[in-house]
Design a protein around this ligand. Structure first.
Ligand SMILES: Cc1cc2nc3c(=O)[nH]c(=O)nc-3n(C[C@H](O)[C@H](O)[C@H](O)COP(=O)(O)O)c2cc1C
Length: 224
């Protein structure tokens, strides 16, 4: 594998290019290669213990997009215009708690750990949950996994921008209502998965209405 050598200027340009795209050009569609590239960036994202506590639903069906609208105040224009629309699901406690089938499978089948390493890693996982991070409720476990799901979100959006593709992250939805839709229309077992975010991809209809404004680095960084 070669060491990447993308210039800092190019990278900063991509970060400036990325913005929360409010409306996409509905006539422009990403290719299968584009969307597979974006999903691959999610898949290559880091996760705690390498448990990959996420799942992504790409919603291309028009009726399903319509069904999401009443529960998603931040999304209607994106649902209408985005080339691809993704639901970022996070695993719930039954899948991420110590000793779950999922964590065992990840260690054994995916990460191919020999038995002795698996036992040590598993003990480490238990201690981490119980004492280091005190993840003693289902809600805390979900939030911990959800934070990781957001890393995949950032990677998808940034990587897309580096390839000239626009995006918009969306938390503008009603959790309970979307949960119900996930069960009824998307065949999701909501005892195992919850929605962390939605994210739309495509090409901007128009240039962003305002320039990026951020605080100065001196305000957000402390050097000691
Ligand atoms: C977690 C998260 C949720 C967001 N939810 C929405 C949303 O529901 N609808 C929307 O139009 N923008 C949403 N945004 C976009 C933010 O408003 C936007 O990122 C922020 O104002 C900074 O602007 P920029 O991304 O264009 O630099 C969300 C951003 C993040 C990170």
């Amino acid at each position: 594998m070669k060491t990447p050598n993308i210039s800092k200027e190019e990278i900063i340009n991509a970060f400036q290019f990325r913005h929360a795209c409010k409306e996409f050009d509905a006539t422009k569609k990403l290719t299968d290669e584009d969307i597979n590239f974006i999903l691959q960036l999610a898949n290559l994202s880091p996760s705690s213990f390498g448990f990959e506590p996420w799942h992504f639903i790409v919603v291309q069906d028009k009726e399903l997009r319509e069904a999401l609208k009443p529960a998603s105040w931040g999304a209607p224009v994106k649902l209408d215009t985005a080339s691809h629309f993704i639901l970022g699901l996070t695993m719930k406690a039954p899948m991420t708690k110590w000793g779950s089938d999922h964590t065992k499978r990840m260690m054994k089948e995916i990460r191919k750990m020999p038995d002795d390493m698996l036992a040590a890693y598993s003990k480490f996982h238990k201690e981490f949950l119980e004492s280091d991070f005190n993840l003693d409720t289902d809600k805390k476990l979900f939030d911990w996994a959800s934070k990781q799901c957001y890393i995949a979100l950032a990677n998808m959006m940034t990587g897309a921008a580096m390839n000239g593709i626009d995006s918009c992250p969306i938390e503008g939805f009603h959790q309970q209502k979307v949960d119900q839709l996930l069960q009824e229309k998307f065949d999701v077992d909501t005892s195992l998965y919850g929605l962390s975010y939605m994210v739309a991809f495509g090409n901007r209809k128009a240039a962003p209405s305002k320039a990026k404004n951020r605080r100065d680095l001196s305000e957000i960084v402390t050097w000691k």
